[in-house]
Write a protein that binds this ligand. Structure first.
Ligand SMILES: Cc1ncc(C[n+]2csc(CCOP(=O)(O)OP(=O)(O)O)c2C)c(N)n1
Length: 386
């Protein structure tokens, strides 16, 4: 792996002199962090909890824990050589589940990124289908043609992701504009990391959305690193939310490990978009607890103390504390039985998926041309006769 450059090395390579002169300039574009649930699971003074029933909250909590358990299991499958590269979402569950909770199910569309397993599960994709996708077997919806973390389920209104960073962002804007021209009041959301905000796709999409008031909510999951590049080397802006102001719309900064803060601000943004008042950028300040993917080692570019500090702000533990200690809607016994159920669902899904063979070789030739060209037909015959 390439060694990350220290700030001083980078400055000397780029020939950037640290200026001694400090001209007066207004760079204080602070945006306040929205937080409702504090890391200790208590509600912050002066804030209002969103109205959510116990049932809705318990489904969200269960999904967050289900995703964490599946995540652990998929990392271990990869380590055993039973799965290709895997991208973990551990630590980002509240941002992902909270964002999807704010959508109108069956109406709004999701343009996710590769790290968004929490969105996929909250949108209603079954664990069996998800594991088939990860393993790329014959029952995988993508017929094994995509990388494991590239999610797409048309009936759940989840649009497939392409590997170039931020390529999904303009698509979400275009889709929303097309829907509006057909007088459909759906909203699109698109998620991406802090690194994606340096891409041209992000800026093109934000500009277009601002000018035409596209009914789109941009969800930036700021997990503070783009592989080994910390956010401070990604932008000189104080927040990523601020970037929305340059495009003429609202940017909000939320505690991405607080399900209530994410849900409340997403709900407001989605309603605003649906009522014709244009887009919002919601920056969810969070942290990825694992490595970027199973192909890197976070110890090469992060301090253990930093990881410890963020582990103490774990979104799942925080919500559990609230549910159990403040709301009295949960208990140790319920947690125990939920964990057993989750282990069995995840374990069974993996056993079932691993029994399914890979997609038949003919599928490699299908779905490209309406009429298969002669050259492909001949290759197919050749393979079939082997
Ligand atoms: C256009 C493009 N450049 C580089 C890459 C390689 N790459 C894959 S993931 C990644 C980091 C993205 O970081 P971020 O947007 O912060 O999302 P995160 O992975 O942290 O969730 C990079 C640079 C890519 N896939 N596409």
């Amino acid at each position: 792996m390439v060694r990350p450059l220290a700030q001083t090395e980078l400055r000397s390579i780029l020939n950037v002199e640290e200026s001694q002169a400090k001209p007066e300039q207004n760079t204080d574009h602070s945006i306040e962090l929205v937080q409702i649930l504090k890391p200790d699971g208590t509600v912050k003074d002066g804030t209002r909890l969103p109205e959510l029933s116990d049932d809705t909250l318990l489904v969200a909590y269960k999904n967050m824990q289900l995703v964490r358990a599946l995540d652990d299991k998929l990392v271990s499958l990869q380590r055993q050589g039973r799965l290709g590269t895997y991208v973990s979402c551990a630590g980002q569950e509240a941002s992902q589940v909270g964002a999807v909770m704010a959508l109108a199910k069956g109406k709004d569309w999701i343009f996710p990124m590769y790290r968004d397993m929490g969105m996929i599960v909250q949108a209603g994709v079954s664990i069996g289908d998800l594991v088939n996708r990860m393993l790329g077997n014959a029952e995988d919806i993508a017929k094994g043609r995509d990388l494991p973390n590239l999610f797409a389920w048309r009936e759940k209104k989840i649009v497939s992701f392409a590997a170039p960073i931020a390529s999904q962002v303009p698509l979400a804007v275009g889709f929303a504009m097309a829907a509006r021209s057909k007088k459909d009041d759906l909203v699109t959301i698109t998620s991406f990391g802090d690194g994606a905000t340096s891409s041209s796709e992000f800026h093109v999409a934000m500009n277009f959305a601002g000018v035409y008031k596209s009914p789109t909510v941009f969800v930036c999951e700021n997990n503070q690193y783009a592989i080994s590049v910390p956010v401070a080397k990604q932008t000189a802006s104080k927040t990523l939310a601020l970037k929305a102001h340059a495009y003429g719309f609202e940017g909000v900064l939320v505690d991405g490990n607080d399900l209530f803060a994410v849900y409340s601000e997403m709900k407001r943004a989605v309603e605003k978009a649906r009522s014709g008042c244009g887009p919002t950028l919601v920056e969810c300040l969070t942290y990825r607890l694992a490595a970027h993917s199973t192909a890197d080692d976070w110890k090469r570019y992060r301090e253990s103390d930093e990881v410890k500090e963020w582990t103490a702000k774990d979104p799942n533990t925080r919500l559990r504390k609230y549910l159990q200690e403040t709301r009295k809607a949960w208990s140790d016994e319920k947690e125990e039985s939920m964990k057993k159920e989750i282990d069995s669902v995840v374990g069974q899904a993996i056993v079932n998926s691993e029994k399914i063979p890979p997609p038949p070789v003919e599928t490699l030739f299908e779905d490209v041309f309406k009429e298969m060209p002669a050259a492909l037909k001949s290759s197919l015959r050749e393979i079939a006769s082997e």
